[in-house]
Ligand binder design. Structure first.
Ligand SMILES: Cc1cc2nc3c(=O)[nH]c(=O)nc-3n(C[C@H](O)[C@H](O)[C@H](O)COP(=O)(O)OP(=O)(O)OC[C@H]3O[C@@H](n4cnc5c(N)ncnc54)[C@H](O)[C@@H]3O)c2cc1C
Length: 281
């Protein structure tokens, strides 16, 4: 474990919308603690098919009213041009200037439907409708999106998405920095030069992390998986190990020149705050 000297290094934090007033109240406290780290922006996820639209937009409004820049995630699967047009107008009205534009995933059995097939269609549509009004982030997958036809096809799809008008990208989380650096080098070769910000997942528990990682295609290296399994129900040891592993990963990424770090907070402050503290952020 190491302690870097205090520096201004850009970070952003991601939250998901809560379902109850109690949850929303708790999240206000979490955000207040994380704001001490002066995030560049905070983002709020969006349930595919618009299932969390109200909760997402409410959380985004609150963040803006707390004086922090907010990004609304926005997924297009199952949406029509008209429904997207209406929501973009709503977001503009709310004062939102930043979007994370995604395809999203519908629960199995829903089919694809809608008028958008890929995030690149959404990015192009937003630019067509709203010009340069929004700063658009897109998703990137250093370890390859699980549904991609091939690594090469995924890389090309990413380049197409950026060229449709994205300003920057945030990656799926990963534990292997080489995958990230390789991905960035490959995108540069395809003429993509937008910032690619690593998405950082603090390790807070073993079983949830393994479930998530299987679903989203993020690889947990064997040594991390086995160490986590070895801790069994010993939550304290899992947390201590997780903090060391993720701090070391962030240090490696910073040394390699990443533009900033985006934390998947999971609506909790402790692990993200501790990692920032150890990094001197
Ligand atoms: C930073 C980040 C934030 C996220 N936030 C959310 C959220 O708020 N809500 C949510 O529901 N999900 C979220 N996700 C998950 C995301 O919605 C899923 O990973 C989804 O499966 C893909 O979305 P995408 O925008 O990356 O899709 P796309 O970029 O459209 O890619 C999806 C798949 O299609 C392929 N593809 C793309 N274009 C083409 C083409 N022209 N021809 C053939 N294949 C193509 C790609 O290779 C990839 O396999 C997030 C992911 C990340 C990394």
């Amino acid at each position: 474990m190491s302690q870097t000297s205090n520096t201004v290094f850009p970070v952003s934090f991601e939250f998901f919308p809560t379902k109850t007033p109690e949850g929303a109240q708790k999240l206000r406290g979490v955000r207040a603690q994380l704001y001490e780290r002066k995030p560049e922006f905070c983002s709020v996820t969006y349930g595919a098919g618009g299932s969390t639209q109200e909760g997402t937009f409410n959380a985004v409004k609150e963040i803006l009213s707390e004086g922090v820049d907010a990004a609304s995630h926005f997924s297009c699967i199952g949406a029509t041009r008209e429904s997207v047009r209406t929501q973009l107008a709503q977001l503009k009205e709310m004062g939102v200037r930043r979007l994370v534009a995604l395809r999203g995933d519908l629960p199995s059995g829903y089919g694809i439907g809608g008028e958008f097939h890929y995030a690149s269609d959404l990015v192009a549509f937003i630019r067509e409708e709203m010009g340069d009004y929004f700063h658009i982030e897109v998703a990137a997958y250093p370890e390859i999106h699980p549904q991609a036809r091939s690594a090469e096809a995924d890389l090309k799809a990413f380049a197409t998405k950026v060229k449709a008008g994205a300003n920057s990208a945030i990656t799926q989380y990963f534990f292997n920095a080489d995958a990230y650096f390789r991905f960035v080098d490959d995108t540069r070769r395809l003429g993509v030069d937008v910032p690619v910000v690593p998405g950082i997942m603090p390790i807070m528990g073993a079983s949830q992390l393994m479930r998530f990682s299987d679903a989203c295609g993020a690889e947990i290296p064997r040594w991390i998986r086995l160490r986590l399994q070895g801790f069994g129900d010993d939550v304290e040891s899992i947390r201590a190990f997780g903090l060391d592993v993720i701090t070391a990963l962030c240090e490696q990424l910073r040394k390699g020149g990443v533009p900033s770090l985006h934390f998947y907070t999971m609506n909790q402050s402790a692990a993200t705050l501790e990692i920032c503290k150890r990094l001197g952020i």
